[in-house]
Design a protein around this ligand. Structure first.
Ligand code: ADP
Ligand code: MG
Length: 218
């Protein structure tokens, strides 16, 4: 069983940046329909800055997973505007705390997803069913814990979380938004996927991809 190391954390944020860039227009379009068209721009700019910050700071003396996640949090908070910057920043900050001091085993991998969710709900006060990124993070956290409890390895824990996040994002389509900018539309938000839930599914898939790639190298 391969624990998740600093190489994984760096691959995760690189994959997030690549996914945000690749899906930029799609996320802008989702946010155009029920928001203000900036979500794709926000996360693309944010994760590009994160890659720069991590590359600059991590050349010297091998940072821990937690240090990479903490730097990610700080950079997202300072570069991503809107609602999603502070929310994702808090998610990564809580994940960093939950990561502890070393590599991540399967239960700790589940803990970082749970901690991210907790950070987002503490900060944004949204519950499931309100058509926000919580609708992707919450099922992801449950699936991650379930997989860890069943004895799966960290890469499998993250793949289970990614699949649940994608389903959760899809499930926001028929919801009425009651938090965030989309809530101004009320019933008119029905029929459209929430952009923050869509990007969350991409970011958790990015974590699973990074873990699977790391697993192949060892
Ligand atoms: P803004 O809404 O300020 O333009 P973004 O477009 O970057 O910011 O992000 C919008 C996303 O943020 C939404 O799709 C939703 O997933 C998420 N969001 C907004 N408010 C909340 C909240 N209170 N709790 C959780 N997520 C939220
Ligand atoms: Mg927006």
């Amino acid at each position: 069983m391969t624990n998740l190391s600093t190489d994984w954390a760096q691959a995760w944020i690189n994959n997030c940046a690549a996914a945000a860039h690749e899906h930029r227009e799609e996320l802008i379009e989702l946010d155009r329909v029920i928001g203000d068209s900036d979500h794709g721009e926000n996360v693309d700019r944010g994760f590009r800055a994160v890659v720069g910050a991590v590359t600059d700071e991590t050349t010297a003396d091998g940072p821990t997973v937690a240090e990479v996640l903490k730097l990610t949090a700080k950079t997202l908070m300072s570069t991503v505007g809107g609602a999603s910057g502070p929310l994702l920043g808090t998610a990564f900050l809580r994940a960093a705390k939950a990561a502890g001091t070393g590599d991540l085993d399967a239960p700790t991998t589940a803990s970082i997803i749970e901690a991210a969710l907790e950070g987002i709900t503490t900060r944004g006060k949204a519950a499931e069913g309100e058509k926000t990124m919580v609708d992707a993070w919450a099922p992801a956290a449950r699936a991650a814990r379930h997989a860890a409890d069943a004895g799966h390895n960290p890469a499998e824990v993250l793949r289970a979380a990614a699949e649940a996040a994608a389903e959760g994002a899809e499930a926001t389509v028929p919801m009425v938004a009651t938090k965030g900018r989309a809530s101004y539309l009320g019933e008119r938000s029905v029929g459209h996927k929430d952009p923050g839930a869509a990007s969350t599914a991409l970011f958790i898939a990015a974590a699973a991809d990074a873990a699977e790639t790391a697993g192949q190298e060892t």
